[in-house]
Design a protein around this ligand. Structure first.
Ligand code: NAP
Length: 290
């Protein structure tokens, strides 16, 4: 299985490294070409300038870019180089519509598609401990399994194309709600003057613990928001969830609250901050500087 990787951001670069460690990676591509050239030199793989050229080198192309329009543009550029029987796996978080549109288009040239969004954060991507939610044919997933095994602890087929993105939307309802709860609670703890280390130690040992509290509790209290999951991306995800809920005739209060708060931070130019930067908004509830 000759794999290539498109989109070498916070998630894509470590996943590409893990594929290379298993001898599965043949080529990489990134919009900012210098990142692809540096990683290709490190991993001793190709870095073609042209996406169609990368596609022609590959049996399986992984994509991990920011948003819907980016996935559509990348796959349109790969298309001329893709051969019948090859597989495109999109690990980005986008709408179900993008997944089904792209899959239908690729099917006309005999190329298989899986939507395979991820959860587990940048730490999971570095350590090969991601959980992947897959939409698409079981037979296609079976062919891709050995490649997924390079970076995933768990790979779960959720149904036909689009079901991976639907599952990721469910995940993001929880991610937004947990961030709201944890950031609000820690700002409250600060306002009460509680000692930081003891607060985190007691909370992470109990029923209020979460991945987010464990991995981001200390860094947010120390004002470090420079690595992890960019809040602009969660804002995008929450917009996708809102549109999906609206199609079901529903409006989700916790999602709406998180979308509004992250929208404020985006408006303040903080889109590249980690999502724990939400504590800035929560500190303001207590009249504290953010
Ligand atoms: P990131 O660090 O911001 O990287 C984004 C990548 O997308 C970069 O390689 C960027 O290229 C590329 N890109 C953006 N627009 C593009 C376009 N129009 N054409 C081609 N490439 C384009 O983001 P990330 O954290 O890796 O996230 C990537 C995806 O995974 C997103 O959909 C995100 O929601 C999802 N995700 C993220 C996490 C997380 O914890 N970070 C977890 C699960 C899922 P440049 O280098 O040129 O900017």
């Amino acid at each position: 299985m000759r794999c290539s990787f498109v989109g070498l951001g916070a998630m894509g670069a470590p996943m590409a490294r893990l594929l290379a460690a298993r001898g599965l990676l043949v080529a990489v591509w990134n919009r900012t070409a210098a990142k692809a050239q540096d990683l290709a030199a490190e991993l001793q793989v190709a870095a073609p300038a042209d996406l169609a050229e990368l596609a022609a080198l590959s049996d399986l192309v992984f994509v991990c870019v920011s948003a819907d329009a980016d996935v559509r543009a990348v796959i349109a550029a790969l298309r001329p180089g893709l051969r019948a029987g090859s597989i495109v796996v999109d690990t980005s978080t986008v709408s179900m519509q993008t997944a089904t549109d792209v899959a239908a288009d690729l099917a006309t040239i005999g190329v298989d598609f899986l939507d395979a969004p991820l959860t587990g954060g940048v730490e999971g991507a570095r350590l090969g401990r991601l959980s992947v939610m897959v939409g698409g044919e079981q037979a296609v997933l079976d062919r891709a399994q050995s490649a997924f095994a390079a970076f995933a602890l768990r790979v779960t087929r959720m149904g036909a194309v689009g079901a991976g993105q639907a599952t990721k939307a469910v995940n993001q309802v929880m991610i937004g709600g947990i961030a709201e709860g944890v950031c609000e609670a820690l700002a409250f703890g600060e306002a009460l003057g509680l000692p930081r280390e003891s607060l985190l130690a007691v909370l992470t040992a109990g029923a209020a613990n979460s991945w987010f509290l464990e991995k981001r509790g200390l860094s947010m209290l120390e004002g470090r928001f420079d690595s992890g999951f960019k809040l602009a991306l969660l804002h995008k995800d929450l917009g996708i969830v809102q549109a999906m809920a609206a199609q079901l005739g529903a409006s989700l209060p916790s999602v709406n609250a998180a979308h509004t708060d992250y929208g404020k931070l985006l408006g303040e130019g903080r889109g590249d901050d980690e999502i724990s930067s939400l504590i800035r908004i929560k500190r303001r509830l207590f009249g504290q500087p953010s």
